[in-house]
Design a protein around this ligand. Structure first.
Ligand SMILES: CC(C)(COP(=O)(O)OP(=O)(O)OC[C@H]1O[C@@H](n2cnc3c(N)ncnc32)[C@H](O)[C@@H]1OP(=O)(O)O)[C@@H](O)C(=O)NCCC(=O)NCCS
Length: 159
């Protein structure tokens, strides 16, 4: 499935490689968004490398790395999680975030073990809450580190 931003650029999730990691590390939110997420993609890259839980992906629009997102599987809860979502400040509002989350839902949803996708966002992070709600995530009533936990049920794939 293809996902595009509002400029018609193809939005793709790439593995982090020797070629793109610097650009992923440099991804930065706007200053006022730093209360919601890490100040740089580098923080999440290190978490993925050191923690053994999260898996970082580069968000690419056309030829440019424009964001970071990561995913994990919580064996205990049986859900896949999305985290560390940052679209670089200069690239926000162009449809990249929506395309990237849709692409990740498609990717995780295709895994045979995936029944539910969860994520969390700060209650005051209205853009994030709106984006996730538009894509079908509904608050579960749970909170994680003061963040609203929202979930999307994944239909079992045929066969
Ligand atoms: C949240 C974020 C990932 C959205 O990415 P984006 O590329 O700017 O979003 P898009 O252009 O794809 O917009 C998708 C939807 O998000 C919501 N949205 C994005 N920016 C918004 C804003 N400034 N105000 C309100 N809603 C907004 C809207 O619902 C929008 O849909 P619409 O354009 O039809 O109104 C981006 O703003 C970001 O990186 N923010 C800082 C980090 C962060 O908060 N990450 C999420 C942590 S849970």
């Amino acid at each position: 499935m293809d996902f595009s931003d509002r400029q018609g650029r193809c939005v793709v999730l790439d593995e982090v490689t020797d070629e793109n990691w610097r650009a992923v590390a440099d991804v930065a939110p706007a200053d006022e968004q730093r209360r919601f997420v890490a100040a740089l993609g580098a923080r999440y890259l290190l978490l993925s490398m050191r923690g053994g839980v999260w898996n970082s992906l580069a968000i690419r629009a056309g030829d440019a790395v424009v964001g970071h997102v990561m995913w994990a599987y919580d064996e205990e809860g049986g859900a896949h999680w999305i985290g560390g979502m940052i679209v670089d400040a200069a690239e926000q509002g162009r449809g990249v975030g929506r395309a990237a989350v849709r692409a990740l839902i498609g990717r995780l949803g295709a895994l045979p073990s995936c029944r539910e996708i969860r994520l969390s966002y700060h209650p005051e992070n209205a853009p994030a809450g709106r984006l996730y709600a538009e894509l079908g995530f509904a608050p579960t009533g749970d909170f994680e580190d003061e963040e609203v936990v929202a979930a999307l049920a994944v239909a079992p794939t045929a066969g």
